[in-house]
Design a protein around this ligand. Sequence first.
Ligand code: SF4
Length: 241
Amino acid sequence: MGVFLLDFFAATFCSNFAVQKKAVQSPASTKIEMDKTQKIREGLMLPLMEAFYTVQGEGIHTGVPAYFIRLGGCDVGCVWCDVKESWDAGKWPVLDIEEIVDQALVYPGRTVVITGGEPLMYNLGPLTALLKEKGFSTHIETSGAHPFSGNFDWVCFSPKKFKAPHPSIYAHADELKVVIYNKSDFDFAEKHAELVKQTCKKLIQPEWSKSGQLMESIVAFVKNHPNWKISLQTHKFMDIP
Ligand code: SF4
């Protein structure tokens, strides 16, 4: 685990712990909080912002029913982020991964998408191992800003200009999905396309609020670069989560 993550856990979870310690000052509760911090480090407990069964709205798997696990915590800072409430991991309940997986098993679909926030802030090895043991196909949506972890059937890598990806993501990416917010993002997309494996699917997706302004350029780009496809946020048209 990197120095950043240790700092992150210290700042986020241990600050909560410090507040509680002042209020309670019980050795038992101190031990419980320390155990929780350790389990988060190991990926056995994770902060869960929300989880819901819906239909994948964007990317290669558009239209596939899927259970989304949205983990809390992100340090990437995209100006156009539509889930800014996810950024502060300390706001969300920390659950055992068994509980997270049990909730997914209630639904008939067997595709799980782990998203965030930035899910690679955590060690996703234990969660993905348990999901696969229970028969799920595991997908992730990540900016790649932290070291890769976990066992995934599909890795959707969506790099962001606001924090450079960790080099470990490029070998794992099955899908490169670049959000187009302004015209310089086309060059950014092509730069990352040079770094992913040859079989990686390449998609550009208009940022929702800029769709009208940018659609003509996006259509022109894929017509001139036929190895790219357009991804649209169809869940927003369908008005589903
Ligand atoms: S990486 Fe995702 S969650 Fe984090 S700021 Fe960017 S869009 Fe928001």
